[in-house]
Design a protein around this ligand. Structure first.
Ligand code: ADP
Ligand code: MG
Length: 458
């Protein structure tokens, strides 16, 4: 039953307490003529209360504006939401009945000057250093970004941060951006995709000069997801000159990517080497303790109450991406609100059933054996053998338990894999491990850590 509810979570419930709609409209303003803006876009009001992470609701005063906006701007708005929030957002334009219709005229918008005052930098204010939980997996990157935010342009320039999806690269980079922007510096935050769009638009509109001026005159340039520069020669050339101009003036550049500079294919050597001139720092998937700290912090920010047991449970069953953790918390929060129930462990297990099933399909018994083998320093073949030494039996029991918990194999399948007589032998082993987990805190932690490592390796 739980599964069938569709949830729409307002952006503000997941910690993004900013009016994204307003920000997107500001961005759009930069892209269109003043006449267009005043005639149509100005009349849009964003419904922050009812908009969700996948649907943005705007109100317009009359049907003419509504039709025009729907046909002309929907996809643009949707795109701007996507580059701003990372989510695919559909646009819902509604009539505001109470509002008097304003007279509008239809006419082809002309492309002319964009707003010269490029102050907009779409920094999310909740992406702060305070909200960023530091652990072994991200402390190097954290320290590097922090140091750059204290001494921009002089310590590490450029600072290049790389790591997998949802591990906090954008968050960290924007945290520095927020600090510097609050000091009055002109900060441009832009994804490579936005940069590309701006570039092509400037070529089309013959406004390259303005484009160059904008990016070469800022104090801090934050370029997100630069791996997409791959194969785009014209843009690389342009970026190279932007880079040289900024660095020459001692202006700070922070870059993120999903891999280190050397590994990004299709990028000119001169750019790759420049990316390494400052400092290259990586972010790894969070360890168990960091995940727990992140969950606790997110709960605090979003006023969600979860017991310690539930926090630990989520941290162990859910994958290593922080974005996924956020999704789970939003889901739990929304379900419990909709169904008017408190969040207890059974409820959590029920809600997360599907997510967990998905993970189980990706974990193999061989993978588990590899991890146990490494952790306990026992050969994989020995774990699966019939050997009776104490260490072997211990490792085998743990492996069997993890295979049962983390994969979808049945007891007879487990028995066969571990060369055991039949499924009763497996069930006997499982009982032994469960008893140990219940009675031995250290052992419980060991199992949690192994589980975490296995999932993080996916
Ligand atoms: P990336 O850019 O690496 O894909 P993001 O910076 O967008 O990842 O992070 C995804 C989400 O997880 C964001 O909402 C971010 O605030 C959050 N997040 C990531 N790492 C941390 C952390 N260490 N502490 C708190 N929140 C984090
Ligand atoms: Mg990112």
């Amino acid at each position: 039953m739980v599964k069938n509810i569709t949830i729409h979570i307002t952006i503000s419930t997941i910690g993004l307490n900013v009016n994204i709609g307003e920000q997107v409209l500001k961005l759009l303003k930069e892209e269109i003529t003043e006449v267009e803006y005043n005639r149509y876009i100005k009349h849009l009001t964003y419904d922050i209360k009812n908009s969700t992470s996948d649907m943005a609701i705007f109100y317009v005063p009359n049907i003419l504006v509504s039709n025009w906006i729907k046909s002309r701007y929907s996809s643009k708005l949707s795109h701007l939401f996507e580059v701003t929030t990372g989510d695919q957002v559909s646009i819902d334009i509604r009539l505001k009945n109470t509002q008097q219709a304003t007279q509008t005229q239809n006419g082809d918008p002309q492309i002319s000057k964009t707003n010269k005052n490029i102050k907009q930098s779409l920094l999310n204010p909740s992406h702060s250093f305070d909200n960023f939980m530091v652990g072994g997996s991200n402390q190097f990157a954290y320290a590097a970004v922090k140091s750059v935010s204290e001494k921009p342009g002089s310590t590490y320039n450029p600072l290049f941060i790389y790591g997998g999806v949802g591990l906090g690269k954008t968050h960290l980079m924007q945290a520095a951006g927020n600090v510097l922007q609050n000091q009055g510096k002109t900060v441009i935050y832009i994804t490579l995709e936005q940069f590309l769009n701006d570039f092509t638009r400037s070529i089309r509109n013959k406004t390259m000069e303005r484009f160059q001026e904008k990016y070469r005159q800022c104090d801090v340039l934050l370029i997100d997801d630069i791996q997409f520069l791959s194969g785009k020669d014209g843009l690389q050339e342009e970026f190279f000159h932007t880079f040289e101009a900024l660095r020459g003036k001692g202006k700070q550049i922070i870059i993120t990517a999903d891999k280190p500079p050397k590994k990004i294919a299709g990028i000119e050597e001169r750019l790759k080497s420049r990316f390494e001139w400052g400092l290259v720092a990586d972010i790894q998937p969070p360890e168990l303790e960091t995940k727990i700290a992140i969950i606790e912090r997110k709960c605090e920010i979003n006023k969600v109450k979860l017991s310690k047991d539930i926090v630990n449970y989520i941290a162990t069953v859910i994958d290593s991406s922080v974005r996924e953790i956020e999704g789970i918390l939003s889901k739990l929060h929304a379900y419990s609100q909709l169904m008017h129930v408190d969040i207890d462990i059974e409820f959590v297990k029920n809600v997360l059933k599907e997510d967990i099933k998905e993970h189980k399909q990706n974990i193999s018994m061989d993978m588990i054996i590899q991890h146990v083998s490494k952790n306990l320093n026992i050969k994989p073949s020995e774990i699966r053998s019939k050997g009776r030494s104490k260490n072997l039996v211990y490792a085998r029991r743990i492996a069997i338990y993890l295979c049962r918990e983390l994969t979808q194999n049945t007891m007879p399948q487990l028995a066969k894999y571990f060369s055991m007589k039949d499924h009763t032998a497996i069930s006997h082993t499982l009982k032994k491990i469960k008893d140990l987990i219940e009675n031995d805190e250290d052992f419980k932690l060991k199992i949690a850590e192994l589980t975490n490592n296995i999932k993080a390796s996916l």
